[in-house]
Design a protein around this ligand. Structure first.
Ligand code: 6R9
Length: 653
């Protein structure tokens, strides 16, 4: 069963609730009767939500679940996702509305209207077609948060090509494995990127990644930092040379509702990331429906800002697809939160009168650390809805967010979902739900979630167990790219008898039946809201010549949620595990996977605790990493190992 930290236990005794204000409720998009309406006829409810979109051909059936666990939603329907996100708003007379207030890290900025976005996406679509890209092809995108990244994603969608966005902080090795897995034909990148106030290279990393990559025919490079970069003759082309001269007319073709839209890689319990596959109609319906109701978004009135990176699912669903389908005006910010100062976010909120702000608990805790006086210096009165995503939010951070950002009045929506779910699944509805600090509370109308025990039986109020999704939903993943068996095993085998989707999260009902998320129950860590598998980091460590064996755990961390702690056994002939060796290993992991996977701490040990069947007992290592008394060691093959580790650590050996 799930192992709970003391912090999570406290969280479950939380009794404060915050009912919605009458004025908010009176104007809210969502109403309490949505739940009953969806329960009465789920498919009719979703069909109504799909009407938010423009369909070239209407569907003939809402859901086909006969080939479970691969769902078909809005069967027979045809639509163009990019048309829905851009063109139709222009056709409806909103071409002059700003779609994106883009804010560059060094202080440059661009406002892009829907009419301009339509031109840019059309030109890029024409450019991509001129390279021979067609529907079904894969395009890898590794870019910082520049407008062209969004344009590139939409242009792929427009021509039916699938994008595979790879987070800008991922290493060449990580990029390469994703390019190879999807056999990407085209890679789009920038010369460099601004990160923490400095220009850092990007294209040279891509070059390193693509050495000998057979599938890649073209690399498109957006100029961002102006740094000189080598171009490979015949393969590389500047975005401005390729795109700027194209026609701004491009006729969007309607694709089947189940036409693949994108692949997004996420960490699983093995070292190999999974290419999560999403399709068009159902995904866009859920992204738009949730963005409209969970954030109470009003087109043409709100200014929305989601601080995620497009390299993650939150950026896909709540920067690109959901908000644009709903004709949002949004802020897109390129950089990290503190260049040049710690009030950067609040300055942007004040300047653009941001009314909906969606971020991650790790950032909220960082803001707390920086001090109350920082947000106090700015006018944040425009904010009316606050969101949280990526990991459980502890009540202290929730209360701080409410008080110091939301002026004790803006509803906070704690949204639980995953790369695999495509859109938000469990969340309060602002104006409807009385919120509780720390709880994501209830499955949204149209969504069904349960907390079950080992046998798949739903637990009662106050009970804990595993979170499952017991009914199909429109934004659900349609598979793992190229690995159907892994798809079935990972998500559908744990509760195969019941046909439940196993989310991999522990959860609990409180006395009111509200859901509290308790973190992963598998070997996936959550560091600053990023999923990183213990196995991935372990593989990176053992790929270093000095390392014989490695075990990695996620230890509770006050700022990042979890921090990566590695235990390594060095090879016999390797020199001592001094500070320098440890530093080198940390850098090695950063190089293999990316800086986000850099262990917070590496402990050199002589032995690792293993069961008789040879499984590393991470639970015990977590006890050590979190400075707790080591738990039950009876299943260890050699129970003295933990003494050895603990005493070795004390004496620094
Ligand atoms: C959207 C996203 C998914 C995992 C998920 C869970 C954790 C996300 C959460 C949350 C508690 C929340 N998670 N939101 N846990 N409360 N509001 O983050 O997708 O990167 O795939 O991560 O993140 O453990 O299983 P992804």
């Amino acid at each position: 069963m799930t192992e709970q930290s003391p912090a999570l236990d406290n969280l479950l005794t939380e009794s404060r609730t915050f009912p919605p204000s009458e004025t908010f409720s009176a104007q809210a998009n969502a109403t309490a009767d949505f739940y009953a309406e969806a329960d009465a006829d789920r498919e009719a409810f979703w069909a109504k939500q799909a009407e938010r979109l423009h369909w070239e051909t209407k569907w003939s059936q809402v859901l086909d679940w006969t080939n479970a666990p691969v769902a078909k939603w809005f069967v027979g329907g045809k639509l163009n996702v990019a048309y829905n996100c851009v063109d139709r708003h222009v056709a409806d007379g909103h071409g002059e509305q700003v779609a994106i207030h883009w804010v560059g890290e060094p202080g440059d900025s661009r406002d892009i209207t829907y009419a301009q976005l339509k031109d840019e996406v059309s030109k890029a679509a024409n450019a991509f077609e001129s390279l021979g890209l067609t529907a079904g092809d894969r395009v890898a995108i590794q870019m910082p948060m520049v407008p062209e990244a969004i344009v590139a994603m939409l242009a792929c969608a427009r021509i039916g090509a699938m994008h595979s966005v790879v987070f800008g902080g991922f290493s060449p090795t990580a990029l390469r494995s994703r390019v190879d897995d999807a056999a990407a034909k085209v890679v789009i990148t920038t010369d460099g990127q601004y990160r923490r106030g400095k220009a850092a290279p990007m294209k040279v990393n891509v070059d390193e990644a693509l050495e000998g990559a057979e599938s890649v025919e073209k690399v498109i490079v957006v100029r961002r930092t102006g740094d000189e970069v080598p171009l490979t003759e015949g393969r590389d082309v500047w975005w401005h040379d390729l795109v700027d001269g194209q026609s701004a007319e491009h006729a969007p073709q309607a694709f089947d509702s189940e036409h693949p839209l994108f692949i997004l890689y996420t960490s699983g319990t093995t070292g190999k990331p999974k290419g999560i596959l999403h399709t068009s109609g159902g995904y866009l319906t859920q992204a738009a429906y949730t963005h409209h109701n969970v954030f109470d978004h009003k087109a043409g009135e709100d200014v929305y800002w989601c601080t995620a990176d497009i390299g993650w699912i939150t950026g896909h669903s709540y920067i690109v697809y959901g908000p644009l389908a709903n004709r949002a005006t949004q802020v897109v910010y390129e950089g990290t939160p503190n260049p040049p100062h710690e009030g950067r976010h609040w300055e942007i909120v004040q300047q653009h009168k941001v009314s909906i702000y969606y971020t991650a608990p790790t950032l909220i805790r960082t803001f707390m650390k920086w001090g109350n006086e920082i947000p106090e210096k700015y006018d944040l009165s425009s904010l009316r809805v606050l969101g949280s995503v990526g990991e459980p939010i502890n009540p202290e951070a929730w209360m701080w967010y409410r008080e110091h950002v939301g002026a004790n009045s803006a509803p906070i929506v704690d949204t639980w979902w995953q790369t695999e779910t495509g859109g938000i699944m469990i969340s309060p509805l602002p104006g409807v739900t009385s919120t509780k600090p720390g709880s994501a509370q209830k499955a949204l109308p149209g969504i069904s979630a349960k907390v079950v025990d080992d046998q798949g039986v739903e637990v009662g109020k106050g009970g804990g167990g595993y979170l499952v999704l017991d009914k199909p939903w429109p934004g659900m993943l349609r598979g793992i790219w190229g690995d159907e068996q892994r798809f079935r095993e990972t998500y559908w085998s744990r509760f195969a008898d019941q046909g439940y989707y196993f989310a991999g999260d522990g959860a609990k009902y409180d006395a009111d039946g509200d859901i509290w998320l308790l973190g992963r129950v598998d070997d996936v860590m959550n560091v600053s809201g990023h999923r990183i598998s213990t196995t991935e980091v372990e593989s990176a460590l053992v790929s270093h010549p000095t390392v014989a064996e490695a075990a990695v755990v996620g230890a509770t961390d006050p700022t990042t949620g979890q921090g990566i702690v590695a235990f390594v056994i060095l090879r016999g002939n390797a020199v001592d595990g001094g500070e320098q060796a440890v530093q080198e290993l940390r850098n090695h992991v950063a190089k293999e996977i990316g800086p986000i996977a850099k262990p917070r701490q590496i402990l050199v040990v002589q032995e690792l605790p293993k069961t008789r069947s040879g499984k590393i007992m991470r639970r015990l290592l977590r006890d050590v990493a979190e400075n707790r008394q080591v738990g039950d060691v009876t299943t260890l093959a050699d129970s003295s190992v933990m003494d050895l580790i603990s005493s070795g650590l004390k004496t620094g050996k």
